[in-house]
Design a protein around this ligand. Structure first.
Ligand SMILES: Nc1ncnc2c1ncn2[C@@H]1O[C@H](COP(=O)(O)OP(=O)(O)OP(=O)(O)O)[C@@H](O)[C@H]1O
Ligand SMILES: O=P(O)(O)OC[C@H]1O[C@H](OP(=O)(O)OP(=O)(O)O)[C@H](O)[C@@H]1O
Ligand SMILES: [Mg+2]
Length: 287
């Protein structure tokens, strides 16, 4: 067997670190992350993990120092490196937005004409301004962007928002989301067939974990005279499982429901006579 290992870059510390480590664990990959260690190896999968600043990950992947990386789309599209985005990972969800002081009246992007905008995302802001035919002054700062209008450094900012509480605490209002973002898996454009085979194995596991998170296993009891109606409400992976209960005239029905239709279908099941509905999380889902 070959000793080839795929090299994965993840954030060393910060918003994406814990979710990146959790995803690997959910994929059944054991990584020991000792304090201050910059590199670690999986004990049960051909993977080596580098712990880096998130901003540096696209460059490392382009240069093939790492083969793949977990990084926010906001960083991928700001850095514009030659790398492929392979898979959305479902965490680190946020948006890149323009914000201005609460008291100001914003009706369109024309508000920004001739203004000073503070941001850590000069490339994405420039793209947005160009697309809207606006000329404005971009002030690049690397952090604490939300403070800029309050200290007279800028008239507007462009930064990441999720709950909106940082904007609120700084007396700002969000006026223009310019990019929706989440963590993605990126890869070097020229992986060898052997590296690609390891990535395919990893992707298969990631997709199984993602599918499982988006679905629930549902068990319920149904009176036999209502079975047809109840079964017609349930999608299941093929079709629902139906087992007789010890009590005559009743059956146990098992199925898989997606998170998006979940509450809607549960209400209909109750109305159709389903009882004792149990909902169980799924760990992995392989179709
Ligand atoms: N409030 C948020 N909610 C959800 N995801 C976020 C939020 N803020 C940032 N992110 C995502 O997490 C990534 C890392 O954010 P973080 O604030 O840890 O970056 P950083 O301070 O640049 O870290 P580093 O030290 O690695 O450079 C962002 O690029 C973005 O994709
Ligand atoms: O809308 P909210 O939920 O308030 O999140 C937005 C904040 O989160 C991020 O910073 P983070 O907290 O990661 O700290 P950082 O500035 O040190 O990167 C981002 O830069 C915003 O400041
Ligand atoms: Mg960073």
């Amino acid at each position: 067997m070959s000793n080839m290992k795929l090299r994965l870059a993840i954030q060393k510390s910060g918003r994406l670190h814990d979710d990146s480590m959790r995803l690997l664990k959910e994929c059944g990959i054991d990584i020991s992350n000792g304090v201050n260690k910059l590199k670690s190896e999986a004990s049960n999968f051909p993977l080596e993990v580098f712990f880096l600043r998130d901003d540096d990950i696209p460059q490392y992947v382009e240069d093939a120092v790492a083969d793949i990386g977990f990084v926010g789309e906001n960083v991928v599209y700001e850095k514009k490196k030659k790398i492929d985005v392979v898979e959305k990972l479902g965490f680190g969800k946020c948006r890149l937005s323009i914000a201005i002081s609460k008291g100001e009246n914003y009706t369109s992007a024309a508000f920004l004409q001739g203004k000073r905008i503070a941001t850590s995302y000069p490339v994405l802001v420039e793209d947005f301004l160009k697309a809207n035919n606006i000329t404005a002054e971009i002030h690049e700062i690397s952090g604490s962007v939300e403070i800029a209008p309050g200290i007279g450094l800028a008239d507007a900012i462009c930064d990441l928002v999720s709950s909106g509480s940082t904007l609120f605490m700084n007396g700002l209002q969000e006026v223009e989301p310019i990019l929706q973002s989440q963590a993605v898996l990126v890869k070097n454009e020229q992986l060898s067939p052997e590296q690609q085979a390891i990535l395919d194995k990893l992707l298969f596991r990631i997709q199984s974990v993602k599918k499982a998170k988006n679905n629930k296993y549902v068990l319920l009891n149904a009176p036999n005279d209502k079975l047809d109606e109840i079964i017609s409400l349930l999608p299941g992976m093929k079709s629902p499982t139906v087992l007789p209960l010890a009590e005559a005239g009743w059956s146990s029905v098992h199925s898989v429901l997606s998170e998006t239709q979940f509450w809607d279908i549960i209400e209909k099941l109750k109305a159709a006579g389903a009882q004792g509905i149990l909902v169980v999380p799924i760990e992995k889902m392989i179709i």
